[in-house]
Design a protein around this ligand. Structure first.
Ligand SMILES: [Zn+2]
Length: 762
């Protein structure tokens, strides 16, 4: 028995104080309002906004100093859609931005009289999205942090009963006197009033969940709040900001309104009437459609439209001694007033519900019997594109509808995140770097429109990106959707990517992701791909990926835009080639700087003389050999004598005409900051890097040494090769996060596919 009692006690304790909090008198609530207006003066739209804002973390701004930023930010929506849910939903960057903009509009109060329809194709996860969102809302709104407040009347029988004989004032005086006599403190009185269900009052909940402040007569509210708030800033916000319009505009429901009037007729004092207003948190319960109502297309319409409470009605009639003063009658919709009304899919009976909603939304009220009822709720719906026809029959509805697109994922970071979430973080260990993301790129490519006006307008010469991008510029567009501006863009194109063009590109996403491989498809395909090709002894590389999309499943390749797979492969090859080169290449920056300065100095003197360089202090024997050796570095492999002579000549002219006279002497720049020096320095580095692989390309020993790196036979290679291979593999790990195995595989890939020769840049 003891254990049972303990267990029950624990259950008791598991209810938070908040949930057990009894209704508080209006006056106490006003004190809370004065102390914390932003937490207590909120309607459904504001709380919904606060839910989303408090559950989403804005990521780091990737380009903080970008003057053309359109605040296309990265948001981490995990707490809202993934954590603690049965089925996670993944919002890509595009959708997350749409959602944030929407709730910001809610907060600004732009939400009046609208139905918000989330439109997305089958398999876009929209029902998961809405279920998770409503689940999080229900949790949040039932905590202190996310609470909304509602009215519950406690009509004092004693006040009304005695009232006909005694006027209010003497009665209250008498009551005060009595209280004093018994040395009842006010606090004790309140405690007594709230803790015990008292036969002394009749409790009448507002079925429409009216915010308690709405019980203050509209015409008195401004003056009242003026008195209530001493903080000028808060007052100013409340009085001027659009999000608080409702506080001055909305009326209480018909029941509360008529009750107020009936009580006022009897008590003659608004303050005494308001004394009977109590305040409790609005408890949301989706399962009984209180505060949140969700309808599926198959849910049959309910016949009985009017709800009431005959017992409460008759008690009320007795108390007020008037059977017509207050009609405790309301509709089911009242229960979602200041709450959420959601339609899962606009078909079947939900189409009828939408039409019914349309009338309510446009009028703001509807009739229950002959009583008007206002319904201010957040109206949400989900829609498949093909069901659009169902609502197009009713053209007048369209101006009440705002559509938010919820397409397939178009941002590759999110697509990869989905694979990781479903198959585990370890999947990445089975891929060479970049290959997993390229899988996601191929999937996303099926969802994009091949032609993009915005991209064409931006990139005038797409041919120059032959190595890094496809003809349709989809690879580039995906980067922009992911919030990344590639470094391989030319300076000019980077500059042309202004705010206006960015907005145009992002706007195109509204028309994409409605076709191609769905979220479900991509998970199925990934599952098959991964279980077939992930192996312990070898990482999945681009050859495997490309053959999967072309040979194993040619139908997948056909879903891709023409030439996309080739471009993806080319982009990959080009990138890993650069990685290998960067990792093999090392230079002594100081040495290069010295040589360039000596060269610029030496070309001004006759051959055969000896000079001390004014920049480096080196003693230079000016000889053909000295100049040629540097020119070979500057001009790349084997420049002809004529080419070198002409180059030397033009350098010398440039040096005397501009570098020395203007930049160094007139402007006082050090030589290392002149434009000619910089140009030569870059040329030098570039040529070194371009050629870095040359010595190894035809060197079979080098190739084998890479394969043998971890085996005892590695010792048998000559020292130079061992050093180079060790240096290269270590750098690939350090700079590009390759695993030791991955580094070896990518080097072999580069050499075996002869990439260095394929991608010789002119
Ligand atoms: Zn009400």
């Amino acid at each position: 028995m003891d254990t049972i009692r303990t267990a029950l006690k624990h259950i008791d304790r598991s209810m938070s104080d908040w949930e057990q909090r009894p209704p508080i008198p209006f006056e106490d609530f006003l004190r809370e309002v004065a102390a914390q207006p932003s937490a207590t003066v909120r309607n459904i739209f504001q709380v919904f906004h606060d839910l989303v804002k408090s559950h989403i973390n804005e990521g780091r701004d990737e380009y903080p100093d970008d003057p053309e930023s359109i605040h296309f930010a990265s948001y981490d929506c995990n707490r809202l859609f993934v954590e603690g849910t049965d089925h996670p939903f993944f919002a890509d960057r595009l959708f997350a931005n749409r959602l944030i903009n929407l709730v910001k509009a809610f907060k600004r109060g732009a939400q009046q009289n609208k139905i918000y329809i989330f439109e997305g194709p089958h398999g876009s996860g929209k029902s998961t999205f809405l279920n998770n969102l409503l689940g999080k809302f229900e949790q949040y709104a039932n905590t202190e942090e996310g609470a909304l407040f509602e009215t519950i009347w406690r009509v004092d029988r004693r006040l009304l009963g005695d009232f006909q004989k005694n006027q209010a004032k003497p009665f209250l005086d008498k009551l005060t006197h009595l209280l004093d006599e018994y040395e009842f403190s006010q606090a004790e009185l309140n405690e007594a009033k709230t803790a015990l269900p008292s036969p002394d009052y009749l409790e009448i909940p507002c079925p429409s969940h009216d915010h308690p402040l709405l019980q203050i007569p509209k015409e008195l509210r401004r003056a009242f709040f003026d008195d209530l708030f001493t903080n000028a800033e808060i007052k100013w916000r409340l009085f001027t900001e659009k999000e608080y319009d409702w506080l001055f505009r909305d009326s209480p429901c018909t029941i509360c309104g008529s009750l107020y009037q009936a009580l006022l007729r009897r008590l003659k004092s608004p303050a005494q009437v308001l004394d009977m207003v109590y305040v409790r948190p609005y408890h949301f319960n989706r399962r009984i459609s209180d505060g949140i109502s969700v309808f599926n297309p198959g849910d049959k319409p309910i016949k009985q439209h009017e709800l009431g409470n005959p017992i409460l009605q008759s008690r009320l009639n007795d108390l007020l001694q008037d059977s017509a003063a207050v009609r405790y009658l309301f509709s089911r919709l009242a229960k979602v007033n200041n709450g959420i009304y959601a339609l899962m899919d606009l078909k079947g009976h939900n189409t009828e519900r939408l039409i019914e909603l349309h009338n309510i939304v446009s009028e703001g009220v509807h009739k229950v019997d002959d009583v008007e009822e206002n319904v201010n709720a957040l109206f949400l719906a989900l829609m498949n594109p093909e069901d659009r026809a169902n609502i197009q029959e009713f053209p007048s509805i369209s101006d009440r509808i705002e559509t938010i697109k919820i397409p397939y994922v178009l941002d590759l970071k999110t697509e990869v995140e989905i694979y990781r979430n479903i198959f585990g973080k370890h999947i990445e260990e089975s891929f060479l770097p970049r290959v997993l993301h390229n899988f996601a790129r191929a999937i996303i490519a099926t969802r994009l429109n091949p032609e993009s006006e915005a991209m064409r307008e931006w990139i005038r010469n797409s041919g120059q990106y032959r190595l890094t991008c496809d003809d349709n510029l989809l690879l580039l567009k995906m980067e922009i959707y992911t919030g990344y501006i590639p470094t391989w863009l030319t300076e000019e194109d980077r500059r042309r990517l202004n705010a206006k063009r960015r907005r145009k590109i992002i706007a195109e996403s509204e028309k994409e992701g409605g076709q191609g491989l769905s979220g479900r498809d991509s998970i199925k395909i990934f599952n098959e791909f991964f279980s077939t090709y992930s192996r312990k002894d070898q990482l999945i590389n681009m050859s495997v990926l490309c053959s999967y999309f072309s040979k194993v499943h040619p139908e997948l390749g056909e879903a891709l835009p023409n030439g996309f797979l080739d471009s993806l492969q080319r982009f990959y090859d080009f990138t890993v080639l650069q990685e290998v080169k960067e990792s093999l290449y090392y230079y002594n920056e100081e040495q290069i700087a010295r040589e360039v300065q000596n060269y610029l100095f030496a070309i001004n003197f006759d051959l055969g003389t000896v000079q001390t360089c004014r920049y480096t202090g080196d003693r230079l024997e000016i000889s053909e050999h000295l100049l040629t050796s540097i020119e070979q570095r500057l001009l790349g492999n084997g420049p002809s004598a004529v080419a070198r002579a002409s180059f030397r000549d033009s350098m010398q002219k440039e040096y005397t005409a501009r570098t020395l006279t203007q930049e160094i002497l007139a402007q006082g720049l050090p030589i290392t900051e002149t434009s000619l020096y910089r140009e030569l320095f870059e040329r030098y580095v570039y040529n070194l890097k371009e050629k870095v692989l040359d010595p190894f390309l035809d060197n079979e020993n080098f190739r084998r040494a890479i394969k043998d790196f971890d085996s005892p036979s590695f010792k048998s290679y000559e020292k130079k090769i061992r050093d180079d291979v060790t240096f290269l593999l270590a750098n690939l790990g350090k700079k590009y996060r390759y695993t030791p195995n991955g580094a070896r595989e990518v080097c072999t890939y580069v050499i075996d596919n002869d990439l260095a020769r394929k991608y010789v840049r002119s």
